[in-house]
Design a protein around this ligand. Structure first.
Ligand code: CMP
Length: 502
């Protein structure tokens, strides 16, 4: 029967009591640590049995064997107690205070405690520590030299953990791989890629090189990652229309993994070789599904383009050879004229024009597209053109670009502007700005005069609208003194007639 009376001597009852309480608390409140608790109990019991055997041997006069057994198992029990205190401190105490130091810190502290405990026991055993320190310094230097790389990795691992540059579950991009951080170990970090591969990256590499942490957080929203999906469309199609379709296609599609906030955004990135390169930038929420979500976005974009008669640009370089003879030139002109006639058909001002008159007008027009925000004509400038608005909308501003800017009016497709300057021979009275993508046809003074001469009744309609607009502006003006009161329509008409010598 082993001698266990020593357990009632000295500090043992207290140590065992504290160990019991800690083990119970860990078992009860940290279910994840139950394996560790079981192992600790096993080592504790093993250590106690060993120690008891040592004391038994002593009682039987086997002094040397007893000395070795007692010392060995005292060291083992000490290590077990240190491990248990480490577990309790980090997994119970600090966790209760919501402090979560990196696991490596716990490991390092426990290792240092093991070392101190070992040295203390050696000192008890009568070893000269100063001699040991010198010897171990030499051994350490030799070992450190031999294990340079490994130590570098270990220290890098500690640094990575301490400076919070990497977190478990974070998405990272290295030059050759991108994936999720699975584990940050002593020597290496494991990164799981989308293809199910686990890449082992030495910690020292991560310390020495730059790598990307993927994703951004917008005030409290989940982490999102901006993706670019490219689309190539021939530049025959107005960019504003293509961009609008791209926006609508993705906004209306509600694709899983595409964040609604911040919203997707389409941009024209490049114009080259007859092709416009567009990119739709959206924010991805599920990083694992990057390719799949890109593919869905691409499919929606292509479908939207096809629905709206905008084919993808051909990837080949076509050399278009056209023999420009009279016939082809006439065909081209005819197509262009048809387009102008269709545009003019939507303008009420010319509603009672005969086909002949409309054709005559159409050939004199100049096509002028504008992007949203473009200034089409500026207040105070000399007037050269009458503008017929066939696509989009415009805003009419007084004092545009100044703090006192005043919105005078808003015109839609089918209306016209620029008549005041052109008909009265005065500077532009307002600045007209495209409020969307806009298509206009411009008519110069000579063309305008020819049409007025051919159809004098047009001067009546125009002078009426002009007088109405002037009256509106006069009413609207904050600084009434600076805006002339509108002359009556008859006076306007008279001024027009005089100006054009009608
Ligand atoms: P013009 O003065 O040549 O250039 C600016 C144009 O804006 C002007 O001709 C009109 O055609 C147009 N315009 C001015 N005031 C208004 C208004 N109140 N509503 C609509 N259009 C206007």
């Amino acid at each position: 029967m082993p001698d266990i009376t020593y357990l009632s001597r000295h500090e043992w009852p207290y140590i065992l009591l504290v160990c019991g309480i800690l083990l119970f608390a860990l078992y009860r409140y940290r279910p994840a640590e139950r394996r560790n608790v079981a192992l600790t109990i096993l080592f504790l019991i093993g250590g106690l049995i060993g120690l008891s055997l040592g004391h038994l041997a002593e009682a039987h006069g086997m002094k040397q064997a007893a000395g070795i057994l007692v010392e060995l198992f005292t060291i083992i029990l000490g290590l077990v107690v240190i491990r248990l205190f480490g577990l309790a401190l980090f997994r119970l105490g600090l966790a209760a205070l919501r402090i979560e130091p990196p696991r490596i810190l716990e490991d390092v502290l426990v290792m240092v405690a093991y070392l101190v405990w070992g040295l203390v026991r050696l000192r008890y055993a009568g070893l000269d520590l100063s001699q040991l320190v010198t010897t171990s310094a030499v051994i350490t230097a030799v070992l450190a030299f031999a294990m340079q790389d490994t130590l570098g990795n270990i220290l890098s691992g500690i640094a990575l953990q301490l400076d919070d540059s990497l977190e478990l579950g974070q998405w990272v991009k290295l030059p050759d791989v991108s994936g999720k951080v699975l584990q940050i170990g002593w020597r290496s970090t494991l990164i799981e890629t989308r293809n199910g591969e686990t890449v082992v990256v030495p910690n020292a590499w991560l310390m020495k090189n730059s790598f990307q942490l993927v994703g951004k957080r917008f005030n409290g929203h989940p982490l999102v990652w901006r993706r670019w999906v490219w689309l190539e469309v021939s530049w025959d199609h107005p960019p504003a229309r293509v961009l609008e379709l791209m926006h609508m296609a993705i906004r209306d599609a509600h694709i899983d993994g595409v964040a609604s906030e911040p919203p997707p955004h389409a941009v024209l990135m490049e114009m080259r070789d007859g092709i416009g390169r567009y990119a739709l930038r959206y924010w991805l929420t599920d990083f694992l599904a990057d390719d799949g979500t890109d593919s869905q976005v691409r499919a929606h974009l292509v479908a939207a383009m096809v629905r709206n008669g905008i084919p993808m640009a051909a990837p080949s370089h076509n050399v278009l050879m056209t023999k420009d003879n009279d016939k082809t030139a006439a065909q081209r002109q005819e197509v262009d004229l048809e387009r102008r006639l269709t545009a003019l058909a939507g303008v009420p001002l010319f509603a009672d024009f005969t086909d002949e008159e409309r054709r005559h007008l159409a050939v004199q027009l100049r096509f002028a597209p504008f992007e949203c925000g473009d200034v089409i004509s500026r207040e105070g400038a000399v007037a050269h053109w009458l503008y017929i608005l066939t696509v989009g909308e415009v805003d009419v501003w007084h004092d545009y670009d100044t703090p006192t800017a005043d919105l005078l009016g808003h015109l839609k497709a089918g209306s016209f502007f620029g008549e005041m300057g052109l008909m009265l021979g005065a500077p532009r009275t307002a600045t007209v700005v495209a409020a969307s993508y806009v298509e206009c046809y411009r008519l110069d003074r000579a063309g305008f005069e020819a049409i007025l001469t051919a159809r004098p009744s047009l001067a009546d309609t125009l002078s009426r609208i002009l007088a109405e607009r002037m009256a509106e502006n006069h009413l609207h003006s904050r600084d009434k003194l600076s805006t002339p009161a509108s002359p009556p329509q008859a006076e306007v008409l008279e001024r027009i007639r005089r100006f054009f010598g009608l």
